[in-house]
Every structure is written in C-alpha cells, then in structure tokens.
Design a protein. Structure first.
Length: 132
C-alpha cells in the first residue's frame, strides 16, 4: 500500500539551490538546478561526515552531469542517482521526482522504504515547508 503526500511548492525552491524536507522521518535534499520544473532528490545525509548538509551544497556541472558538492568535506554526489565521485561505496540514495501543478509530491513505499515523487489525484498528508 502506498500513500501520496505533498512535500512543497516548487516556488519554495529557488533555482540553483536545494532544500531539505522530512519525508517518512528521512531527510531528503531536493534540488532545483535551473529556472524550470526539473528537480532532483537525494538523501540529505553526507555519507562522509554523517551530517545532514547536502541540501546546502553547491550545485555544479561536470561532464554534462549535475552534481552537488558537500559543504563540509567537498565530496561530490551526482544528483541523478546519488553516486559519489570520490568513492562509489559512499554513494547516497536518490529518489525520482515529478512536479504536478507546481507542487512536488512524495510517494512513500512503506515496504521498501524507497521514496519517490510523483503526482496523484487523491492526496493526503500536509505541506512541509516548516521542516526545511
């Protein structure tokens, strides 16, 4: 059984920045690299420092791929899949995302604990901007 919940309005994420949302008691870093509806979501936990900081990292492009550099130890994580450039064993979880009428939704798959984002008609839950 799955549940769809709104997480935040896309306008709450400034282009070229990230925010942190608490979804199913997990911190998810949501990035909006450009002035469009393209979003990326990865774990907010820096696997090197074990700190909740990736949403505050700097978004960069390398070899036509978007990355975020951790603000603490500067390791880079690929936004599309959480792969760590410096050490693949330290990669972080990545979550698919979609925007529906300007709102980003999180889909909580309880059995796998995998988070993905998508749109649905019958939505439950609450907006979470106060948890950024």
């Amino acid at each position: 059984m799955s549940q769809w919940r709104p997480v935040c309005d896309i306008e709450q994420i400034l282009p070229a920045t990230g925010v942190c949302a608490l979804v199913n008691n997990q911190q998810i870093a949501i990035f909006r690299p450009h002035h469009n509806d393209e979003l990326f979501a990865i774990s907010n936990i820096d696997s090197f420092a074990q700190a909740s900081v990736l949403s505050r990292g700097i978004i960069a492009e390398h070899d036509n791929t978007l990355w975020v550099a951790s603000p603490l130890k500067k390791q880079c994580f690929r936004l599309s899949d959480g792969y760590c450039m410096e050490d693949a064993t330290r990669s972080v979880a990545a979550y698919p995302v979609r925007v529906n009428a300007g709102t980003r939704f999180a889909h909580d798959l309880i059995l796998s604990l995998m988070l993905c984002c998508a749109a649905g008609d019958a939505l439950t839950g609450s907006m979470l901007p106060s948890r950024f």
